[in-house]
Design a protein around this ligand. Sequence first.
Ligand SMILES: [Fe+2]
Length: 189
Amino acid sequence: MSTYLDRTDTIETDEVSRTPFSLPALVDALESQTSAPTLEQIYNWLENAEVSAEELAPYRGFKDGNYWRHLVCRNKFVEMLVLCWRPGQRTPIHDHNGSHGGVRVCEGTMWETTFTYDPTKGLEYKSASEYQTGAVTGSDVPDIHQLGNPDVSEQDMITIHIYSPPLGVLHTYKPGSAAIDLYTPPDPE
Ligand SMILES: [Fe+2]
């Protein structure tokens, strides 16, 4: 009997980990948090996200000058944003100042460049990666990176971001410099 129950538990756990998350289901999951979710939990949500174009429609909006941040939900433990990027739009080089988080590419192609920082050497290039539609990546503390929609993509990009705790003032960096500046992302709308 106990073996039977154990197998049932295993199957149920497996099913839970593969449960697809619509955008409303993601909002429910985030709003029910009573503590900060781990990076692994954020990956699980994003890797199992199945967000339709209709669900994204209220958050679909682009600006010519900069990528546009749209807030989906936020509490003191976690926040979710939809970012809309024209070709060539990108973030500054930044870290998340103590937050960890993940990103899922919903439409388009994303470039990520990562860096290391040493107080004496300054900022140094580490790696570059390309993520296609459906890909998920993340940033732990104290990762330094830059995200963008390649100017050569010739298509808009839409990404979903989950951060815990919600982003506040970030640190920004410049290649070849040891200077660290403070940066407050534009208020999500
Ligand atoms: Fe970031």
